[in-house]
Design a protein around this ligand. Structure first.
Ligand code: S3P
Length: 430
């Protein structure tokens, strides 16, 4: 639980932990190589630990040393049958990406998650994996986890058009494609994050990817190489917005991943007149990294178009906080995927903003936020709904208020950012 009574300022410099999406991919893809792969700045959060525990159960060996992990890759055929149910916890990325891997293995497995994951749609991976020849079944008419996978069928490459852009679905199929005969092509309506493609390319896989199109040509062994996981842009976003909305503030966030399929929030914030500087741009293991400075700003509202939603999907809760303190009405539409995340994020933002005194309207596919730099936050008892990004967004919102705001159930923050509380409260002052 957090009890926050603002208003605060935020100043100084911070490093956020390693990127969650890249951390998952780094251990999954390294285990398919035949090399020992050193992964630095790995994110030891609950979600990534769930992926790691599942890999261990299917025979992957590793050594942990501080914030690094050494994966001993054993090639595509080195996995072994687990003797228990595989548990993905709250992590949609774990269950979807690992299902692609398990379909390529020669054994039976069951993978499940917590209540939230087991109610999220899995038909979006079950259907194309089945078309590839996999035997994968789920409850609720093959729509939801737990999933049962009978490996052993040789997979074949397919051409699959995804209805709703999703990096998790694309990555699941890309991983299954490594075990298949013949190429797999994936086409999406909009561009989604391309970390899997970049890492496969870095590992020497035969892959073509260009915006909405991805083609994997299997057959070539992946060649494991060391990885530095950049700071997580989605975690950095909480500090960026705090720097922008709080008075007399300037915050530098170092070593942040700014992959363009992931960091479109920066473009949006610049359009909102945010004082943001990007410095020290460089590339490490096929991913762009930079230092980001955010200072107090007079933000103005924005109208967000559907096509960019996949590139800001995880940042919409914290962007909504920025919108609440921007001049004018911010409109976010075409974002119904938000209803299928760790919580129904349209509903949870709507409910909690209303309780805190922020005027907001709910659409089936988005939100309308009535912003004002002088918005007064009301003293309230807010809920996280067990959703890490909602909890962190509400905490940043509360820093701006001048009365006591309580945020319940903040333990969920451990799924992506275990040190959030200490890092944030080290930098803020009244
Ligand atoms: C992720 C992709 C996104 C994102 C999630 C992580 C990934 O989900 O919301 O937090 O690591 O591939 P979708 O691609 O399903 O929208």
């Amino acid at each position: 639980m957090f009890e926050i009574c603002g208003p605060y300022t935020i100043n100084g410099s911070v490093e956020v932990p390693g990127d969650k999406s890249i951390s998952h991919r780094s251990i999954i893809l390294s285990s398919i190589t035949k090399e020992k792969v050193q992964i630095d700045n790995f994110l030891f959060s609950q979600d990534c630990l769930n992926t790691l525990k599942i890999l261990k159960k299917i025979g992957v060996k590793y050594i942990i040393n501080k914030d690094s992990i050494l994966i001993e890759g054993h090639g595509v055929s080195g996995f072994i049958e687990p003797d228990d149910i595989l548990y993905a916890g709250n992590s949609g990325t774990s269950i979807r990406l690992l299902s692609g891997l398990l379909c390529g293995c020669n054994f039976m497995s069951i993978i499940s998650g917590d209540e939230s994951v087991n109610n999220r749609p899995m038909d979006r991976i079950i259907r194309p994996l089945t078309a590839m020849g996999a035997r994968i079944y789920g409850r609720d008419g093959n729509k939801k986890a737990p999933l049962v996978i009978f490996g052993g069928n040789k997979l074949k490459g397919i051409k699959h058009e995804i209805n709703v852009s999703s990096a998790q679905v694309k990555s699941c199929l890309s991983i299954a494609a490594l075990f298949a005969e013949g190429p797999t092509e994936i086409i999406q309506p909009e561009i989604s994050r391309d970390h899997t493609e970049r890492m496969l390319e870095y590992f020497g896989s035969e892959i073509i990817f260009d915006g909405k199109y991805t083609k994997i040509i299997p057959g070539k062994d992946l060649k494991g190489k060391d990885i530095f996981v950049p700071g997580d842009f989605s975690s950095a976003a909480f500090f960026i917005i705090a720097g922008l909305i709080l008075k007399n503030s300037k915050i530098i966030i170092k070593n942040v991943g700014i992959n363009p399929t992931r960091s479109y929030l920066l473009n949006i914030l610049k359009e909102m007149d945010a004082n943001i500087e990007i410095k020290n741009e460089r590339t490490k293991n096929n991913e762009k990294i930079a230092d980001i400075t955010a200072s107090s700003s007079n933000l103005k509202s924005i109208n967000i178009k559907e096509g960019v939603i996949p590139n800001i999907i995880d940042e919409i809760p914290i962007l909504s906080v920025a919108a609440a303190f921007a001049e004018g009405i911010t409109i976010i539409r075409g974002a119904k995927e938000l209803r299928l995340k760790e919580s129904d994020r349209i509903k949870t933002i709507f409910n909690e903003f209303k309780k805190a005194g922020i005027k907001v309207h709910e659409y089936p596919d988005g939100l309308e936020i009535y912003g004002n730099p002088n918005t007064k936050i009301k003293s309230a008892n807010l809920k996280s709904y067990g959703d890490h990004r909602i909890a962190m967004s509400l905490a940043v919102m509360a820093l701006k208020g001048n009365c006591k705001v309580r945020i319940n159930n903040t333990k969920c923050i451990n799924t992506s950012f275990p040190e959030f509380e200490s890092k944030l409260f080290n930098l803020v002052s009244r």
